[in-house]
Design a protein around this ligand. Structure first.
Ligand SMILES: [Zn+2]
Ligand SMILES: [Zn+2]
Length: 383
């Protein structure tokens, strides 16, 4: 939680960096032109640092959505520090509180205090004196995290500004490097991250949960390496993915999958598909309640009966899926323990789980088709 004392370092930096990054870069480009490596440097650092925030600060350190090699930790800690968004210790603690107390006074970037508060105003205040890191013992035990906590600002300024200036110097334009790869990139990474706390709690759909203000927004996802699928993320925060379909733009998900492919990460946490489908169906069913009041009673009864049928079918399939999943885990554990379970049994379990997943999707589609029929029906008319 923020205290009442203003943090003038943060205020000045957050107000002046856009002047240097946007106005300064435009002025420099208009006077001296643009060389190809300047936008390339900006974009490369935007991805390297933005992905370290998304895959590292957020999905790994805040949510423990997977396990990874210490070398990966180091890289993400180093590049993450260059974002100048606090140390991971502070970032992850604040973010865990955001999830735990979302939309309340104890949420550091509570959207109910206004979009601008959630976006960046909350950073304008110093922390209260009672703030500490007691709530994140897993992070305080990690020596790499504690090292980064000590040095994150120095890395952010020294390397975050020094490295692009050095690259610029190699091309004979240190100021060009500093503006494009330093200040403009800082502003872009800052505000795309901040958009998740502001716009992704205001603008978009809520297909998985309506218990909080988080929204799914593919447009924001495009600029935030996939973090814009924020409604799914708040519903299932420990999932390593935010965009769950293969076509959802989620470079953080792809990066983590590439870590797994190269054995740098393991135990990627995935929400079972039936659990996701179940959440979606429940939201679809709940949102029809308001519509039921507006349509003739015969139609409303029919829709209610369909909803009840879908819900029962979903519950039954979820039960069957859980049974099959538990049996599948037992067989896998037995195999790890050196026993050889009959491969026929493993195959059968997998087939049963897949059949349940198909049934889930069919139930949801059946339910959505029914909704379509009722959606446009004017009050007072029968089908
Ligand atoms: Zn959120
Ligand atoms: Zn999160």
């Amino acid at each position: 939680m923020s205290g009442h004392r203003k943090d003038w370092t943060n205020i000045l930096f957050l107000c002046l960096s856009p002047v240097a990054g946007i106005v300064g870069t435009i002025y420099y480009a208009s006077r001296f032109g643009v060389q190809w490596w300047e936008p390339a440097l900006c974009l490369t650092l935007f991805f390297a640092i933005g992905l370290s925030i998304g895959s590292g600060y957020h999905r790994y350190f805040s949510h423990r959505a997977y396990e990874c090699h210490p070398a990966v930790e180091w890289i993400m800690l180093f590049f993450g520090a260059m974002a100048l968004q606090n140390s991971v210790l502070q970032w992850a603690r604040d973010h865990r509180e955001h999830h735990r107390f979302v939309d309340t006074d104890r949420d550091p970037y509570n959207i109910n205090r206004g979009g601008f508060w959630a976006h960046m105003l909350w950073i304008f205040y110093k922390e209260g004196p009672d703030r500490n890191f007691d709530t994140v013992p897993d992070l305080t035990r990690n020596p790499r995290v504690m090292w980064q906590h000590r040095w994150s600002r120095a890395i952010g300024i020294g390397f975050g500004l020094g490295f692009p200036a050095l690259v610029g110097a190699l091309f004979g334009r240190p100021l060009g490097g500093l503006l494009w790869g330093g200040f403009l990139r800082i502003v872009l990474v800052h505000h795309t991250t901040f958009f998740i706390n502001s716009l992704a709690h205001m603008w978009g759909k809520r297909p998985y949960t309506t218990e909080n203000s988080a929204r799914d927004n593919w447009f924001l996802a495009f600029f935030t390496h996939g973090e814009g699928f924020h409604n799914f993320h708040h519903a299932f925060p420990s999932d390593f993915r935010n965009g769950i379909r293969w076509y959802h733009w989620d470079p953080n998900k792809w990066l983590i999958q590439s870590f797994r492919a190269t054995r740098l990460a393991r135990n990627l946490r995935v929400t079972p598909p039936p659990v996701v489908e179940n959440a979606k169906l429940r939201i679809a069913a709940a949102t029809t309640e308001e519509r039921l009041a507006r349509i003739p009673s015969g139609m409303a009864d029919d829709l209610r009966a369909r909803a009840e049928h879908a819900r029962r079918r979903m519950d039954e399939t979820l039960r069957l899926w859980k049974e099959a999943d538990a049996r599948h885990s037992e067989l896998k554990a037995a195999r790890r323990a050196g026993q050889r379970p009959p491969s026929q049994a493993v195959r059968e379990m997998k087939l049963r789980m897949r059949a349940c997943e198909r049934s889930f999707r069919a139930t949801r589609q059946e339910w959505q088709a029914a909704l379509e029929r009722f959606r446009d029906a004017p009050a007072g008319q029968s089908l």
